[in-house]
Design a protein around this ligand. Structure first.
Ligand code: GLC
Ligand code: MG
Length: 671
């Protein structure tokens, strides 16, 4: 760099005017002047545009260097601290609950929910018209039973085309509109998925019957005799042999349900691929999950040997129902879970989109072979179902008592793999309505149980208003299971939803037809009337569903048994770090009761009832030694505590994902 001395003692560098005290830098190289120059430079004041040498001179002075270094190290330290804090917060945060854990699942049986076009059968547009009902109930997840194209032999569980909508329910456009509208409202749509079988009208079955080389092994065929078509003793769930002879092919095909529902052959890799493609089809359209139908039936033993009889002495020709055999070769076969896990993995591909977790729920009635049910949860390494449906509470009416309810609840809680998420079903389209089987008196307490247990509650349409079964005369029977055996008919629980006391209970307001009769109690048991009554079944359902979502102890806290007797089942819900907890005292018995919880020292002596199913008792203050309940009454008691129950009673308590609440920053952390 060359510097010129300008006249008047000032120096110029290019266009910059330099400090007059500055000397030629070359002079600095001359050894003898170094000392003097250094002294001189220190006299120079910093100025804009100073050359590097001057800058360096100043910047190395302690008063500039020290603050600069302090600032530098401060920034480094803050950055590291922020990174460490972020990592710690992430590591310490418990997983947020996903949408399917945060809200009850509501089951819509589409034929019966709302008929928009007046043909007497509910449809997709009808569901769309009523979406406000889910918002009103604070429900986010809606499972809709099948609406695929179907000849309706089993009302949609016999699928003719997995990629089309049945005209009775609407069009693909209606479906897309419904889904978009649901997503706009923050609602999730769970579809029914029926992998075990198709309709006998499905294109694959027709091609299989004719022996098309690609399709001939799409179903389970075997040689049999046209006059006595029974290759073995296997029976259908709907009764009689599960084999039917097909004239065209001259062989028998397997159907674990109706003869119009041939079982697919999952040992054929093409069939497996077809099913995966269908899963992709619907996930691609944006559905939020699947309820996988009848999964235990998906595979059958290839050897086709007879199943053992429950009563070996019974003449084989009398073996006609599913209860007569042990289903060693037609259910839960080796390879089933591998397949479900494969489907799960396909669903997970779509779950990676932010906020778009896809739910998988499996349906399998394993009755008291609870370990079979629990297998559907998968393992800590390999994920399967988010939860298998828990049907145990549907057995509650068989023997109503507090101890019985505890037993049924414990069947799940005591067997569920650690860290998994429970769920509870009290009714569906296959089982009697709980209001009829348990009795109207118990409807409210059952809803209270459902909405305050840990895990996801499932509500079958109409349970939120206490709908009951209808009486169906033999000539009115629609259900194929009822045609085989009228006492097994599922029509009684499938009657039209009771919206109001208008024509057809508001289900079909356009014409006077309904595919099944409306229940005669509809003028008092309906949504519109109950919305106006503060203590109605509906009002209580709504209150509890909202409370469940807003109260940490209820939706993700500990669940602990505190008492069970012939009438009362009592448990509490508490959250570490939170002073607010809930005690439930529910009377499922035949008598009113006084419950003494004075031995539970973690409870305060006085307890205030936040809600009773018997409205007049809400707000009362009780002694813990004397908690009265009427038959069918449930009490929800909110109390404050600093001593929690779970640390000292680990064998009575369960939690899916342990978390502690830090009140001063209002967060949860892993603890
Ligand atoms: C499931 C359905 C039932 C149907 C059967 C056959 O169990 O819930 O309604 O009949 O599967 O698909
Ligand atoms: Mg219609």
């Amino acid at each position: 760099m060359s510097l010129r001395k300008a006249s008047g003692g000032s120096m110029e560098l290019g266009e910059c005017t330099m400090n007059p005290g500055y000397q030629d830098a070359e002079a600095a190289d001359r050894g003898e002047k170094n000392q003097d120059l250094a002294e001189e430079y220190t006299q120079i004041k910093p100025y804009a545009g100073m050359p590097k040498e001057v800058l360096l001179l100043y910047s190395s002075q302690a008063r500039y260097r020290v603050p600069r270094e302090i600032l530098f190290w401060l920034i480094v330290a803050c950055t590291l601290a922020l990174v460490a804090l972020t990592v710690t917060v992430i590591a310490l945060s418990p997983r947020c609950l996903s949408w399917w854990q945060a809200s009850p699942v509501y089951q819509v049986y589409p034929r019966s929910f709302r008929d928009s076009d007046g043909d007497g059968v509910g449809d997709l547009k009808g569901i769309q018209e009523q979406l406000h009902h889910f918002e009103y109930l604070n429900i986010k997840s809606v499972w809709i039973s099948p609406f695929y194209r179907s000849p309706m032999k089993d009302f949609g569980y016999d699928v003719e085309d997995f990629r089309d909508i049945d005209p009775v329910f609407g069009t693909m456009h209606d479906f897309e509109e419904l889904l978009a509208e649901m997503h706009n409202k923050g609602l999730k749509l769970i579809m029914d998925f029926i992998p075990n079988h198709t309709s006998d009208r499905h294109r694959w079955f027709n091609l299989s019957r004719t022996g098309d080389p690609h399709y001939k092994d799409y179903y389970v065929w075997t040689d049999c005799n046209a006059t006595a078509p029974k290759p073995n003793n296997w029976v259908s769930i709907f009764g009689n042999s599960s084999w039917t002879y097909d004239d065209l092919r001259g062989q028998c095909y397997l159907h674990q349900f109706l003869k119009e529902q041939p079982d697919l052959n999952f040992r054929n890799p093409h069939v497996r691929q077809e099913i995966i493609d269908i899963i992709h089809f619907w996930l691609g359209k944006g559905v939020d999950g699947f309820r996988m139908d009848a999964v235990k039936h998906i595979l059958e033993a290839a050897h086709l040997r007879d199943e053992p009889q429950v009563d070996p002495k019974r003449p084989p020709e009398d073996v006609t129902t599913e209860w007569d055999l042990y289903h060693d070769y037609t259910t839960s076969q080796l390879g089933l879970h591998d397949m479900l896990r494969e489907w799960r993995a396909e669903m997970d591909i779509y779950s990676r989109e932010p906020g778009r977790y896809r739910l998988m729920v499996t349906e399998s009635y394993d009755y008291h072979e609870v370990e079979k049910t629990m297998m559907y949860y998968g393992t800590p390494q390999v994920k399967e179902s988010d939860f298998p449906f828990n049907f145990y509470l549907m057995d509650l009416p068989q023997n109503q008592s507090g101890m019985r309810v505890k037993h049924l609840v414990h069947l799940w809680m005591g067997n569920m793999p650690k860290g998994q998420w429970p769920n509870w079903v009290v009714g569906n389209h296959d089982r009697s309505r709980i209001a009829s089987s348990a009795g109207q008196l118990y409807v409210r307490v059952i809803n209270m149980l459902l909405l305050t247990l840990p895990g996801t509650p499932t509500t079958y349409y109409g349970e939120e208003i206490g709908m009951e079964n209808i009486n169906v005369t033999d000539s009115q029977i629609q259900d194929p299971a009822g045609k085989y055996n009228s006492s097994a008919s599922r029509d009684p629980q499938r009657s039209p939803m009771q919206w109001s006391d208008d024509l057809n209970a508001g289900f079909n307001t356009k014409s006077n037809i309904t595919w099944l009769p409306v229940h005669p109690d509809y003028s008092s048991v309906n949504v519109e009337v109950q919305k106006k009554e503060p203590g109605s079944v509906l009002a209580q359902y709504r209150f509890l569903s909202t409370l469940r979502q807003s109260e940490l102890p209820l939706h993700r806290g500990w669940f602990c048994y505190v008492h069970a007797d012939a009438n009362v089942f009592s448990y509490l819900r508490e959250q570490e770090g939170l002073g607010r907890a809930f005690l439930m005292v529910l009377n499922f018995g035949k008598e009113s009761a006084i419950t003494d919880l004075s031995s539970i020292r973690e409870l305060p002596d006085q307890l205030k009832v936040l809600m009773s199913t018997n409205q007049v008792n809400s707000g009362t203050v009780l002694q813990k030694s004397h908690i009265p309940t009427e038959v069918g009454e449930g009490l929800l008691i909110q109390y404050s505590t600093h001593t929690r129950f779970n640390p000292t009673h680990p064998d009575q308590c369960y939690v899916s994902m342990k978390a502690c609440y830090l009140s001063f920053v209002d967060i949860l952390y892993k603890c």
